[in-house]
Structure formats: C-alpha cells, structure tokens
Design a protein around this ligand. Structure first.
Ligand SMILES: Nc1nc2c(ncn2[C@@H]2O[C@H](COP(=O)(O)OP(=O)(O)OP(=O)(O)O)[C@@H](O)[C@H]2O)c(=O)[nH]1
Length: 366
C-alpha cells in the first residue's frame, strides 16, 4: 500500500534538497573549523603565557599586529559589492593557509627563518583577492599590510628573534579563518533561508497560506499520487464559493479576501493530516482527499459543505452573513490520469452550480 506521509500544513514541506544542500552541509563544517580555531587560539595564549611570562604582553601585541592586515583585507572585501564569491575565496584561503603552515612546520625545523616566507603568503593572498580589488585599493592594502606587520612589529618588540619564534602570522591566519568561517556560516544560513522563502512563495497562495496550483502539483509528485502504484483511495473535490461576486459588491474586496481566507481555514479544519488543500483560482479550491476510504472522503466533503451552511462570517462593522459552497466530487480510478479526474471534478462542480448551488455532485451516483 502506498503510504502517504502526513503533511505538515503551511510549512516548507516539499522543499527540494538541492536548494539547501550546500548550505546545510557547510554549516556543521563551519562549526568544526570555528571550534578548532578557538581551541588553537586559547591554547597558544596559554603556551605564550607559560613559555614567555615576561614577554607575554609583547607577544600578544605582535599577534594582534599580525592579524591587522588580514582584518583590513576582510574589511575591504566586505565593502565590495560583489559578495557572491567571497565565502569561497575565504574558505580556500583559510584552508590553504593551514596547509601552508603545516607544511612549513614539517619541512623547516628552525622556525625563525620561516617568518621570511610570510610575505610570500601575503603576495599569494593579494593575488588571490586581486579580482575583487581596484588597482588603487590593492596597492593600499599591500603597503598598509606590510607597514603594520613589519614596521610596527619590529618597532614595538625589541627582541626581533621573537617574531620568528612565536610565529605570530599563524595567529593572524587563524583569526582571519575564524572571521571568514563566521561569514561563510552566516552566508550559508542566509542563502538557505532565502531559498526556503522563495520556494514557499512559489508553491503557496499568500492570502490563505494554502498550496497554489504549482504547489499542489509538486505535492502530488512528491507523494507519488495518481500513478499506477497508487492503491490508497483518493478523491478530488473541487469547491467553489457561491455567488462570491455579491460579497465583493456588497461588502467590498477586503471582506471578500477575508471570506476566502476564513473559508480556507474552515476547509483545513475538516481535513486530516493526509489530505491536502490548494487554492486553484479566486474563490475556487481543490481538495485532494486521503481520509482512508472513498466513503470517508465523501463524508469529509459533505461535512465541509455543512460547515459552510452553519458558519457566519462577520465584518468589522458588525454585519453578519453566511456563504454556501458547491462541490464537484470524484473518486480517482485507474487508468484515469490526474488531469482527467480533475476535469471530471470540474465538470461536476459546474453541474452543482447549474442545479442550484449549495450542494455536492458525486460522479459515482449519477
Ligand atoms: N476579494 C476577492 N475577490 C476575488 C478574488 N479572486 C477573484 N475574486 C472575485 O470573485 C468573483 C468570482 O465571481 P464569479 O466567477 O462570477 O462567481 P460567483 O459570483 O462566485 O458565482 P458562482 O460561482 O456562479 O456561484 C469575481 O467578482 C472576482 O473578482 C480575490 O482574491 N479576492
């Protein structure tokens, strides 16, 4: 038996994987990188403190100074309008820096010489970022970065060898990576949310929150309904409010909107989690009924009509009025396609209208 999953109503149900796939996978990776980076930073603070207690403040200053050019780089990039590729640049730069640092540590035992290679990293970083900068900005970044890091560092720290021993550049890279990863995470979350919202808007009717035509077709496809493998009794009910034009004419369009909205709520209240409602036109709704059996589907549709008869709509100025509805009802049967069953339900609806409205026309009782 084809089991239809209960569908949560008015949520992002049916949101396709591919839209959020990358963003969803990036978020936990970002969390891991952030945790490792923070452990590294805190760990180094402890090591500095115990290894060079007398020089701790100087080393801290050196680490901060080393971080400044990269932070400046981040700031400049952030100002650029083309944000689309920035997370990718940051991620690759951060990862490359880690690899660069690890390789140097393994290959070169005497770290004080390694500091000579730092400019190489800067040049590479600038080259990598070059497409995002104008030549002027590139030059400014380049000069300011070197000035801050070397001139200030050497000016404030008497022991030049220290620069090589504590390798402050790695701290800078870590800070850079932390900020980059935070940005990647934010960007991934924003993209995911945006994609979700867009998907929701394209599949739902904004007035009632019910599925629209596209949404209903997607839902049917997702649940494999109306295929040769559908064994669950499924019925279609095409419902249209009676004389709706009169409501608009008498009470105004806003009240008309309110009636459509409340009608959708009234219908939803009568449906189980398996069935689904879509707004197909102005005051026309399609109900795909999966209440368990043909009999239950019919009972549900009749119950909705009865609730319309009993329900009183209220306007803000205190007017009270009732609205009836008409339904064309059909039990879907193989080898009919969905479109054929839908057409049948539509024809039955017009019969219900022609025969006086406020009634259900059941295709199987004719
Ligand atoms: N307020 C409001 N009115 C709408 C909306 N969409 C369609 N309408 C109106 O709904 C009315 C539908 O009128 P008709 O198709 O003639 O149907 P009816 O008056 O309900 O009559 P029957 O269906 O024959 O019972 C039109 O006046 C449309 O302008 C909407 O979103 N909001």
């Amino acid at each position: 038996m084809n089991q239809v999953q209960p569908a949560a109503k008015n949520n992002h149900q049916g949101f396709p994987d591919y839209l959020g796939y990358q963003a969803e996978r990036l978020i936990p990776v970002a969390r891991i990188i952030l945790s490792l980076s923070l452990v590294y930073l805190i760990g180094f603070l402890f090591i500095d403190y115990f290894r060079y207690p007398a020089l701790f403040e100087q080393i801290l200053l050196l680490r901060v100074l080393a971080a400044l050019p990269l932070l400046l780089l981040l700031r400049l990039i952030h100002r650029q309008h083309n944000h689309r590729f920035i997370p990718l640049w940051f991620l690759s730069l951060g990862l490359l820096s880690f690899v660069f640092f690890l390789a140097l540590n393994l290959l070169v035992p005497e770290k004080k010489d390694i500091v000579v290679l730092v400019p190489v990293f800067y040049v590479l970083a600038v080259m990598a970022m070059a497409p995002l900068f104008t030549t002027g900005m590139l030059l400014v970044f380049f000069l300011v970065g070197f000035l801050i890091y070397y001139w200030c560092g050497y000016f404030f720290i008497a022991d030049h060898q220290l620069v090589g021993r504590v390798f402050p550049h790695m701290t800078a890279i870590i800070v850079f990576t932390v900020i980059s990863v935070i940005k990647i995470k934010q960007s991934a979350e924003e993209h995911y949310q945006l994609a979700k919202n867009l998907h929701w808007q394209s599949h739902h009717d904004p007035l009632t929150g019910a599925l629209n035509r596209t949404g209903m077709f997607a839902w049917l496809k997702e649940h494999g309904l109306f295929t040769s493998k559908t064994f669950e009794p499924v019925s279609l009910a095409m419902l249209d409010l009676d004389h709706f034009k009169r409501i608009n004419d008498e009470y105004g369009h806003d009240v008309g909107d309110l009636v459509i909205k409340q009608s959708a709520q009234l219908i939803e209240r009568n449906l189980s989690q398996s069935s689904r409602l879509a707004r197909f036109g102005g005051e026309e709704f399609l109900l795909v009924l999966l209440e368990g059996s043909d009999g239950e589907n019919l009972r549900c549709a009749n119950q909705i009509l009865q609730h319309f008869r009993e329900w009183l709509f209220k306007t803000e100025d205190g007017s009270v009025f009732g609205v009836t509805a008409s339904i064309g009802f059909v039990n879907h049967r193989q080898p009919n396609s969905f479109t054929e069953s839908l057409k049948e339900a539509d024809d039955l609806l017009y019969q219900a209208k022609a025969q006086g409205r406020d009634q259900l026309q059941d295709g199987h009782r004719r």
